[in-house]
Design a protein around this ligand. Structure first.
Ligand SMILES: NC(=O)c1ccc[n+]([C@@H]2O[C@H](COP(=O)([O-])OP(=O)(O)OC[C@H]3O[C@@H](n4cnc5c(N)ncnc54)[C@H](OP(=O)(O)O)[C@@H]3O)[C@@H](O)[C@H]2O)c1
Length: 268
């Protein structure tokens, strides 16, 4: 790390830090000089990521928690604020996907997906936002998906949970721009991570399968660079992926075509 890094002196909190996009973001933020709090439910994975930061690992703080159970989140946030003084960036990257048809998905599974993707994310965000308002600065980042912009087969609960994030984070911005709070929402298409392996089937079990479409996606490292550029440019929405992002434009500009083809697209 050099003192010339664009994040020198900054603090960032990254969830989903033990894998995929979140992990790649940790390495970039540390490389750019930030002090980074890393969270997920996988303590071993977080230890591995910290160790992989090499000489920068002294600026990495492990703070594991389950997005599905945020009852102690205020205490965790207060502890980090006490230690670091402030949080400049909160990157909500952690999340889980789904592969099950609507009629075979029990309601408890919809609720579980919402607990992790929506309620877990907003619980941490609310607890951090209070401090950002006091410090009169901060950048909140949420992770949606292209299927957070439209419905997509086998992802009813996932799509709905991601769409809910847009409503929440746009409101956070409108209420708090006067406090100098910035908000960005990442909209990934296909990024080559383990997301489909951990996606839940109708029994709530991980599928363990890599989607064909996802395997051809961009690398998490490339995704992290696009995301950091978007954050630095204070983009409201950061699109990440390849040609599958075209579906977003088709849905907006030519909805009839979207509804004709979307169920024939290979899964992301
Ligand atoms: N990859 C894509 O193509 C793609 C496309 C659209 C959107 N996204 C979104 O991008 C984000 C990152 O996903 P990824 O692709 O990097 O997948 P990933 O490699 O599976 O990483 C997901 C991360 O979320 C964490 N997580 C999952 N459930 C959790 C829980 N209950 N509590 C705490 N942490 C939890 C995981 O940690 P644990 O080990 O603790 O579970 C892991 O660190 C997700 O929000 C996903 O929906 C990805």
């Amino acid at each position: 790390m050099s003192q010339n890094g664009i994040m020198y002196g900054k603090t960032a909190w990254i969830t989903g830090a033990s894998s995929g996009i979140g992990e790649a973001l940790v390495y970039q933020f540390v490389k750019e000089g930030a002090t980074v709090i890393i969270s997920s439910n996988d303590i071993q994975g977080l230890r591995r990521v910290k160790a992989a930061c090499g000489s920068g690992s002294s600026r990495v703080i492990i703070a594991p928690f389950d997005l599905a159970d945020t009852s102690d989140i205020t205490a965790l946030v207060d502890e980090q604020i006490k230690n670091l003084g402030k949080i400049d960036y909160l990157l909500n990257i952690g999340g889980i996907s789904q592969r099950s048809r609507v009629e075979e998905t029990p309601l408890w599974l919809d609720r579980k997906i919402f607990e992790i993707n929506y309620f877990g994310t907003i619980a941490l965000t609310k607890a951090v936002l209070i401090h950002m308002i006091k410090q009169r600065s901060g950048h909140l980042v949420a992770t949606s998906s292209i299927s957070g912009r439209f419905g997509f087969p086998l992802r009813s609960g996932y799509s709905a949970s991601k769409q809910a994030l847009h409503g929440f984070f746009e409101t956070v911005f409108l209420e708090n721009k006067k406090h100098n709070i910035r908000v960005s929402v990442i909209i990934p298409g296909r990024v080559r991570t383990n997301i489909s392996l951990h996606a839940l089937n109708a029994e709530g079990k991980e599928t363990g399968q890599m989607d064909e479409g996802l395997a051809g996606g961009i690398s998490p490292e490339k995704a992290a660079l696009i995301i950091i550029k978007g954050i630095m440019n204070n983009k409201k929405e950061i699109l990440v992926g390849g040609k599958e992002l075209l579906l977003l434009h088709i849905r907006r500009l030519c909805p009839w075509l979207f509804f004709r083809i979307a169920d024939k697209v290979k899964p992301t």
